[in-house]
Design a protein around this ligand. Structure first.
Ligand code: PMP
Length: 429
């Protein structure tokens, strides 16, 4: 209406026709008020909001953008397949080609099944693990995100205790608590399901300890249960294989999503020979699971994963960003704790248990065209250049200067996360 800015207009209209104005992980309700909800365009490492403001994007769509938005080699494969057919009465030949490519790329995998979202893949993994020997108990790490199904969603609405009756929680990287959880499962252990590293919101990230990873493998072997690695967020960002391949620990099942088709809707469950029979027991399907276009995107994505230096480049730019920010923060009298792999950075301030510094700093960066996240891990895509990092650091330097000036006046936790901060009670381990 009239001269109302386009973005504000969209927010207003969304409030009327979308519950809460927006839902799920892309809702901006818990971000600083200046963060845009709607984006009209994205290209490479940049995106433009509905008012046309340009940002260097460090979220990569919360993971799917691996090579850059609109990456030409993937989009060419998409266009070619779209001209032939997409959601047909049966899958295209590309499904077999993709399954072969996944099996050839991921060492533990002897077979592949495709679905749409990460939640599909993790939920299928639990069904397959339970079908394997007809057992019920699944051991998971407490507070790990595995999706938004009744067994996994982090919010209580609509969830019954029965939905989680056979889940047993341990602490990530704590071998004793993993052993205790497995003991509690007794002879009813179906599987252990973990992420390749600890990447929770509002917390520092932790790489996996070798002893923990090896123990998970050993316990599954000892009890004839299946080890499930949830690679949905980290897949192909740490390795051109499972993220634990270099640790020498291979899962029986691995769950993939987000980046595997560089932004096109596809996820996958991969499995080893040992789990092949179990994978045929549950009825697993969806109207769009067999669509050919996202599979063509994934074939092109896997080719680029195998043949390009994308991983080395994201590590290089991620390292430049981390080093630059660390030095810059110190020069302004702040101390940052940057955790996890450089290509999936979590950036939190030390001595900022209520997130007031972090929230103010990302707002300062945002208004200068740098999109950072105050409590979720970020992602570096291969389209981000060293010049983009230099531009980012110029802007974050100004954001630190603003923060130095404004810090004394910042009061308490940002109201939109006050309840979360209170529930965490300063625990950011
Ligand atoms: N597992 C992990 C580790 C994830 O990070 C996510 C998504 N953030 C999921 C599962 C669920 O994926 P999706 O949102 O595509 O259902």
């Amino acid at each position: 209406p009239g001269d109302m800015p386009r973005h504000a207009d969209l927010m207003e209209r969304a409030r009327r026709v979308i519950p809460g104005g927006m839902y799920g992980h892309q809702s901006t309700a818990r971000l600083p008020a200046s963060f845009p909800q709607f984006f009209s365009r994205a290209e490479g490492a940049r995106m433009w909001d509905a008012d046309g403001r340009e940002f260097i994007d460090y979220m990569c769509g919360y993971g799917p953008n691996l090579f850059g938005y609109g990456f030409a080699k993937v989009e060419a494969a998409v266009d070619a397949q779209r001209a032939l057919g997409d959601s047909m009465t049966g899958p295209g030949p590309v499904m077999v080609e993709l399954a072969e490519a996944m099996v050839a790329t991921v060492a533990h995998a002897d077979w592949a099944m495709f679905c749409k979202n990460g939640t599909d893949a993790t939920s299928m993994a639990l069904l397959v693990a339970r079908a394997h020997r007809g057992r019920r108990k699944i051991v998971l790490a407490r507070d790990t995100y595995h999706g938004a199904a009744a067994w996994s969603t982090p919010r209580p609405g609509g969830v019954l205790p029965e939905d989680r009756a056979h889940l047993i929680y341990c602490r990530y990287n704590d071998p004793q608590s993993l052993e205790d959880a497995v003991r509690e499962a007794g002879d009813d252990l179906a599987g252990i399901c973990v992420t390749p590293f600890r990447h929770e919101t509002f917390r520092h990230q932790h790489l996996p300890e070798l002893e923990f990873a090896r123990l998970a493998r050993e316990l599954c072997d000892r009890h004839d249960a299946l080890l499930i690695l949830d690679e949905v967020r980290a897949g192909f960002r740490l390795a051109r294989d499972c993220s634990w391949h270099d640790l020498g620990v291979e899962p029986d099942l691995s769950c993939w999503g987000k980046a595997i088709a560089n932004g096109h809707p596809l996820s996958a469950l991969l499995g080893s020979e040992r789990a092949r029979e179990a994978a045929q027991k549950p009825y697993l399907t969806g109207s769009f699971w067999f669509s050919a276009v996202p599979m063509a995107a994934a074939v092109a994505t896997l080719k680029e994963i195998r043949e390009s230096d994308y991983l080395e480049r994201t590590i290089r730019t991620g390292t430049a960003l981390r080093d630059g920010l660390q030095q810059q923060a110190a020069s302004h009298g702040f101390s940052l704790r940057q955790t996890g792999p450089v290509q999936m950075p979590q950036i939190l301030f030390e001595e900022d248990d209520d997130f007031r510094l972090g929230y103010a700093w990302v707002e300062g960066a945002l208004k200068r065209g740098i999109y950072l996240h105050p409590f979720h891990n970020m992602f570096i895509c291969a389209a981000l250049t060293e010049a983009d990092v230099r531009e980012t650091l110029e802007k974050t330097d100004l954001a630190f200067a603003d923060l130095r000036r404004d810090a004394p006046g910042l009061q308490g936790p940002p109201p939109q996360i006050a309840a979360t901060v209170a529930a965490m009670a300063g625990d950011r381990r």
